[in-house]
Design a protein. Sequence first.
Length: 322
Amino acid sequence: MSSTDDDPVIASYDILLTDSDISRYVFQYLDRPEKLPYNERRGQKPISLRMKPSTGMVEVEVPIQTRGNYDVDKGLKYGDAMKKSRAGRDGGAFGMAGGFSSGSMANSGGRVKAEGSGDFEVLDNKKVVDPSTLVRTQALGGRIKPQEEGDPVYMLATFKGKNLHLSPVSAVVQLHPQLHHLDALDELPKGRGGKAKRDDEERPAETEARAIDVKIKGADDGGAMLQGNLELLKKMQEEKWKKFEWVDAETEESWYTYENYMTNQASEDLPQLESIIDSEEYLDGMSAPRIDPARPEMTGWAMKQNRQKQTEASSDSEDEER
């Protein structure tokens, strides 16, 4: 029995490439199980997507379920801090997206969802709260890693009939929960004025937030590395958010986008791709380096072919002697 009988070919597909000029991003939610997606069906459809294209910052705003396992007191405390901090900073971004600075003027979009300025809501714990103050959303953030030579090229595969459509991925972004509410709380005592002082006198003393001077030392180019980091943080601080609307995966609009951007509509008129290398060059590139001490220039597939010729010549000479 041959090896092909043990592993028969059960299907064959024609491979088609889609438009590479379209931006396609894969978001990985590291703390979220695959069976619990952020979607409309679970009541956690992302509210918005924000990006800073030049510096690669990405944030996705997702709803928090406030009906269970939710500390209303903490929600009001952090919500009030974020509301006042954002008002004092004219919509500045928090954390790395704001360059770790309270002076960022980049528009960060809403993080506390208000449902009417004069409305109040009674939660399960029977407390009456102002919904415009309660923290209802969580920001998930990450950064697009700049493409470097040698990095893998990922593809999204779509099977349609006898065709396999491959779409290049622009970047894979790992999203982590952002602690913007803690950043806002740390900044709040700095700009609240007299009222803040009166409130602070009535509550137990807390550890004062202090600025930390971070110094980076490198072996050779430490100064250049530090300067580059400072310039990047400055760019993050100055760049404004670019906002996008989030479309749920199960909507008709989402399926329409999927059909247009994940499959090649002109499959009959596509040119045939031609490889710029032959089979031997391909195998040589995939093979581990092999070096012949007698002929260092002979490596990989070329060396293998040379050895095969030497073996065949040796066998022919032995046959002639017999």
